[in-house]
Design a protein around this ligand. Structure first.
Ligand SMILES: [Fe+2]
Ligand SMILES: [Fe+2]
Length: 353
């Protein structure tokens, strides 16, 4: 009797850990909801990859920054130099983030193939123009980095002890409305305040990666299969890694010696946030400040937020990316497909094994 009980506990226990059968399939098959969640995440990763590819082509590491023997030599441009004012390793981090996103998208589509599920392919929507600046590939894009309206409330949210899951709202740290995150033409490289374009990108990087952090944490709560949960927790963890670097990066854009930067050439000002004491704007923070979590009766806790439905779930992510201006110029068919993937992901329900 005792032996039988132990055996059944062991069987249930094995089901809770991601594992594969001898034929290479998941021991517990992903549910329809799990696949819907991963399909939306694959779409999000294709979008992230397209965006980061564009940032990396102009602002990432180029051969000019490698040792001399790694010719052909490409001199660093002023946008890369501006990133280096935010962190001496800035261009490397831009390239690294890009490689990570490429790996996320490629992995998820290969995973679908491995379990006999359909891949997500957005190639027909790669229709938006590239930057005309030297260094950018002249290819069709999924995303538009030239007219961004960046929601900068993530900056104040992560410095606040309140949580959007309890209805809290947060002021914008900066007004970044209809601005470019990347040089549009070679003329932008010559601007005396090219730093402003790099600073916009810094806040945009933070916006994108906090979104990824919340999206994975929110959708993970609806996942049923241990293997799919392993995927969402593990890729989601990498999104958080990205986010934290950009918290530091953007904080450096609003403190000396980079700030203050006056508005000029149609680009916004970046004030020195250190001039006034305001905990919501403190520049030297990188980790989430402890906040309300689960219940106001419980002690405050340093966590990723929001993670409740109706915030940065799949549809919340689509709305946020759309408001960001990332899809300006995209076709109705693209919006319809993205919305359909989001609705299915948000409808997933966790099955308790
Ligand atoms: Fe990603
Ligand atoms: Fe990411």
């Amino acid at each position: 009797m005792k032996k039988a009980l132990l055996a059944s506990t062991a069987t249930v226990g094995a089901g809770l850990i991601a594992s594969r059968t001898a034929s290479g399939q998941p021991s517990i098959a992903p549910t329809r909801g799990d696949i819907a969640i991963l399909r939306f995440l694959a779409a999000a990763e294709l979008i992230e990859t397209d965006m980061w590819d564009q940032y990396a082509e102009l602002g990432g590491l180029t051969p000019g920054q490698l040792p001399v023997e790694a010719a052909p030599f490409t001199p660093m441009n002023s946008y890369q130099n501006a990133f280096m004012q935010l962190d001496p390793d800035g261009p490397q981090y831009v390239s690294s983030n890009t490689l990570d996103e490429q790996s996320h998208a490629a992995f998820l589509n290969a995973y679908f193939e491995s379990i006999g599920a359909p891949a997500v392919n957005f190639d027909e929507f790669r229709t938006l123009p590239s930057s005309q600046a030297d260094g950018a590939k002249n290819i069709g894009r999924l995303t538009n980095l030239m007219n961004l309206t960046v929601d900068t409330s993530w900056y104040t949210r992560y410095r606040s002890s309140t949580n959007p899951d309890f209805g809290a709202t947060f002021p914008q740290a900066l007004k970044l409305i209809n601005v470019p995150g990347s040089p549009r033409t070679n003329a932008d490289f010559e601007l005396s305040n090219i730093q402003a374009i790099a600073n916009i990108a810094a806040f945009h990087f933070g916006f994108i990666e906090q979104g990824g952090s919340s999206l994975y944490a929110t959708l993970s709560q609806k996942v049923s299969s241990p293997e799919v949960l392993k995927i969402t927790l593990s890729i989601g963890g990498d999104e958080i890694c990205h986010f934290l670097e950009w918290v530091d990066f953007s904080g450096n854009s609003v403190q000396p010696p980079v700030a203050p930067l006056a508005a000029a050439n149609g680009l916004p000002a970046f004030p020195n946030f250190d001039v006034k004491v305001n905990p919501l704007l403190q520049t030297n923070l990188i980790f989430p400040v402890p906040c309300e979590f689960i219940s106001p009766q419980l002690p405050k806790c340093a966590v990723i937020r929001p993670t409740s439905p109706g915030q940065i779930d799949a549809m919340g992510a689509v709305k946020a990316l759309t408001a960001d201006g990332l899809f300006i110029g995209q076709s109705p068919k693209f919006f319809n497909l993205l919305a359909a993937l989001a609705v299915e992901a948000d409808a997933a329900q966790r099955t308790i094994y």
